[in-house]
Design a protein around this ligand. Structure first.
Ligand code: NAP
Length: 533
């Protein structure tokens, strides 16, 4: 039998957005082909196999809600799910809904070109596939384009080097080894305490300290899991209407209007509970620098209480950005790890890494001899994976050109001039500021409804109106300006990638507000979109 080369839709990526999109397309009776660069499903959880990799959204909330049977059948074992468990869940979903038959693994989409005359996309892959589709739906993930800084001499290093987001599938033997970790974002903060247990020595190269809150991971109590399953409808509603897509309670009061004791009591209680709810202690933390500083100083005090060497404690204390303006981190024993005799901290803000020698990283002060270098250096976030594909729209216009000064979308879902191209959790939507599952399901459902609407109305082509897109981009910028987010050099702004335009890319208005906006636009006959037969 010859392989089909013409589909209603091509989906790019078999992470949780691609899996659900494929399921919904099937339900609409549409034909689809899904291409995935990795060797299996799971997206970020397929790649991020580093020791300690774990989600920092609670397991019972970090999962699909679209199937009641699925959410009742699946049992999570820990408060925060580990990477192997999340990967098992992704595989279970792929099998349960029989999704694999439309997927092609180890196949990277290299080009997608819109053919206006045919009103079809021509899609090419690195394995020579040439297919066409009416719709292209990108499910490429926001944090999938792993980046290693271009340190001179990196190839001359005699030991092993790994990026956390491209960790080998086979066991990496770290016992007795000297390990360098470069980077102290979420990945570094998760891997460092585990490496400290496994390796002989761990040298942490820190450029910017981050605030991290204890996760307090633990086995999931069966009675709690039962309670969640019995109350899922309410819990999911709370999550969907919330700011960040999680069920934790967020106070509406100000940190500036409570007594010192009340402030401390609230923060202590949330610290003791752990996890993302800590940042919900006061409503003005994300917007008022004085309120923010009170919360930030509470964390610095915790660092001073935990880390025995005051010099190390001060080095670990963030002072250059408000708390919550970079992606918050949640840890297991991170600060306490620096009390171990086999862990040392190198301040590469003061003395940057100048090169990687055969022996290890070299700063102006010293060469650090190591056996393994772990790059926990992050991603070209939100746009990297999309722009790695050569996408051209109407008139042959390149997406890379259109987004040269920063991504431009309407609702983070589509971009003008690129008809029938949908971007799940695209820039301009809440995506990385939320529990991804909530954002993914909302986007996929919205896209599926839109496709049904097109079919019912006899239209075949949809794209945003350029004015609607401009207005949305202004709105995204204005909302960000009302917050403290722009004050940090974060990957939200592309600040981690040299030369990337400094634009706040996600929508900071919250998933509840955003969902209402998307629903209203659809209810008004897809206001701001242009549809043609
Ligand atoms: P990241 O937050 O971008 O952190 C990268 C780290 O590498 C930063 O500390 C950065 O320092 C450092 N770095 C980059 N270039 C450097 C250089 N040339 N010299 C020295 N240091 C350098 O990346 P990530 O930790 O992989 O996390 C990315 C995102 O993935 C997270 O924010 C989160 O959204 C997600 N994630 C989630 C989880 C979870 O659910 N628990 C786990 C891992 C990742 P600067 O800060 O100075 O740039």
């Amino acid at each position: 039998m010859t392989e089909a080369t013409s589909f209603d839709a091509v989906v790019i990526g078999a992470g949780f957005s691609g899996l659900y999109m494929l399921h919904r397309l099937r339900g609409l009776g549409l034909t689809a082909r899904l291409y995935e660069a990795g060797g299996g499903v799971g997206g970020t959880w397929y790649w991020n196999r580093y020791p300690g990799a774990r989600c920092d959204v609670e397991s019972v909330e970090y999962c699909y809600s679209f199937s009641e049977e699925l959410q009742q059948d699946w049992d999570w074992t820990e408060r925060y799910p580990s990477q192997p468990e999340i990967l098992r869940y992704a595989e279970h979903v792929a099998d349960r809904f029989d999704l694999r038959r439309d997927m092609r693994f180890r196949t990277r989409v290299t080009r997608a070109a819109y053919d206006e005359a045919a009103a079809r996309w021509r899609v090419e892959t690195d394995r020579g596939d040439r297919v066409t589709a009416r719709f292209v739906i990108t499910a490429v993930g926001c944090l999938s384009d792993a980046r290693v800084p271009g340190f001179p001499g990196a190839e001359s290093f005699h030991g092993e080097s790994y990026h956390t987001g491209r960790w080998p599938h086979e066991e990496v033997d770290l016992a007795g080894k000297r390990v360098a970790v470069i980077g102290t974002g979420s990945s570094g903060i998760q891997i460092i305490p585990v490496l400290a247990e496994l390796a002989a020595e761990v040298t942490v190269f820190q450029r910017t300290p981050n605030y991290t809150i204890p996760a307090w991971n633990r086995p999931l109590r069966p009675e709690y899991a039962r309670w969640v399953k019995d109350n899922y409808a309410d819990i999911r509603r709370t999550m969907r209407d919330s700011l960040f897509g999680i069920a934790a309670s967020f106070n509406t009061g100000s940190a500036l209007e409570v007594s010192e004791q009340e402030l401390r009591d609230e923060l202590e209680a949330r610290w003791a509970h752990g996890g993302p709810g800590f940042l919900g202690a006061f409503a003005d933390t994300p917007v008022d620098p004085r309120a923010n500083e009170l919360v930030a100083e509470f964390v610095r005090e915790k660092i001073r209480q935990t880390v025995e060497d005051p010099r190390v404690a001060e080095l670990l204390s963030p002072r250059d950005h408000p708390i919550g303006t970079k992606r918050p981190c949640f840890d297991t024993d991170y600060y306490a790890t620096f009390n171990r005799p086999n862990v040392r901290l190198v301040d590469v803000r003061r003395t940057p890494i100048e090169e990687i020698t055969a022996a290890g990283p070299r700063t102006a002060e010293a060469t650090y001899e190591v056996d393994v270098i772990v790059y926990a250096t992050g991603y070209d976030a939100l746009t990297g994976a999309l722009l790695a594909i050569d996408v051209t729209g109407a008139g042959g216009a390149a997406l890379r050109e259109k987004w040269a000064a920063g991504p431009r979308t309407y609702l983070g879902l589509m971009t003008a001039g690129f008809p029938n191209l949908f971007t799940i959790t695209g820039p301009g939507s809440p995506s990385v500021l939320s529990n991804m599952f909530v954002s993914i399901e909302q986007h996929v459902d919205w896209i599926a409804d839109c496709l049904r609407h097109l079919a019912e109305s006899g239209a075949t082509v949809i794209e945003p109106d350029a004015d609607a897109e401009d207005a949305w981009m202004r709105h995204v910028g204005e909302v960000a300006e009302q917050t403290l987010y722009p004050r940090a050099d974060s990957w939200y702004l592309g600040a981690n990638i040299p030369g990337k335009p400094r634009v706040f890319m996600p929508y900071a208005g919250g998933v509840g507000t955003y969902r209402a906006t998307c629903d209203e636009i659809a209810a008004k006959g897809y206001e701001g979109f242009v549809m043609s037969p």
